[in-house]
Design a protein around this ligand. Structure first.
Ligand code: HEC
Ligand code: HEC
Length: 157
């Protein structure tokens, strides 16, 4: 079975190569992967508009029932990385902006109209409900994501 890939590898590789001069300092991307990948996968930044990432980062103290707040430096680095790679930027996935008016600030990828259309068959009871990280938001259950060697889960329904 081929699994739909979420992101081409090239931007990630380019970011790694560009960061070559400062091998010891974590890049904004590495900070994002570590801090925002602690409880769930680090979501591709290309799937939400910059204003959504700003709102999410501004509200980390009350983040979907968790306190995910970080120090000032990490917060700033993560916001830069997310805003630079957002759906409404040059690297973004513009399909994900379908049906999202400029006045809307979705706080979830799984609330985006495009995501809900593609996954309509999956939005049945059992997926998207339940405790902890909802299955729908665990993209890596069903997709290969460039996560630096993490195996793709074989569970699923
Ligand atoms: C302490 C644990 C924790 C950390 C750390 C964390 N999150 Fe979350 N996050 C959650 C939980 C819990 C949810 C809700 C999961 C659900 O209901 O599907 C969530 C949901 C999300 C969603 C919505 C997913 C969707 O489409 O449904 C986004 C986007 C998100 N987090 C971004 C971030 C970012 C950015 C960071 C880093 C700044 C971060 N998270 C760090 C716990 C965490
Ligand atoms: C329960 C399994 C499952 C989960 C969880 C899931 N997906 Fe999917 N996704 C699929 C399937 C199956 C398809 C193909 C749908 C089709 O072609 O009819 C798909 C298609 C896609 C596509 C379109 C691929 C393309 O190239 O057109 C994108 C983008 C996508 N998913 C992103 C996500 C993101 C982001 C998440 C997490 C927020 C996620 N998916 C969670 C199963 C899942």
């Amino acid at each position: 079975m081929t699994r739909p890939a979420l992101l081409p590898a090239a931007p990630l590789l380019a970011a790694l190569l560009l960061s070559g001069g400062t091998a010891l300092a974590a890049t904004p991307q590495q900070t994002y992967a570590t801090q925002c990948g602690a409880c769930h996968m680090a979501y591709p930044p290309t799937l939400l508009p910059a204003r959504s990432w700003k709102a999410i980062v501004a509200g980390l103290r009350h983040h979907f029932g968790e306190d995910a707040s970080l120090g000032r430096r990490d917060t700033a680095a993560i916001l830069t990385y997310l805003a630079d790679n957002a759906a409404d930027g040059p690297l973004g996935n513009s399909r994900f902006l379908m049906g999202v008016s400029p006045g809307m600030t979705p706080m979830r990828i799984t609330d985006m109209p495009f995501w809900r259309v593609i996954h309509a068959r999956l939005l049945r009871p059992g997926i998207g409900t339940g405790p902890g990280i909802r299955k729908a938001a665990a993209c890596n259950l069903c997709h290969n994501v460039n996560g630096g060697g993490e195996g793709s889960g074989e569970s699923g329904g």
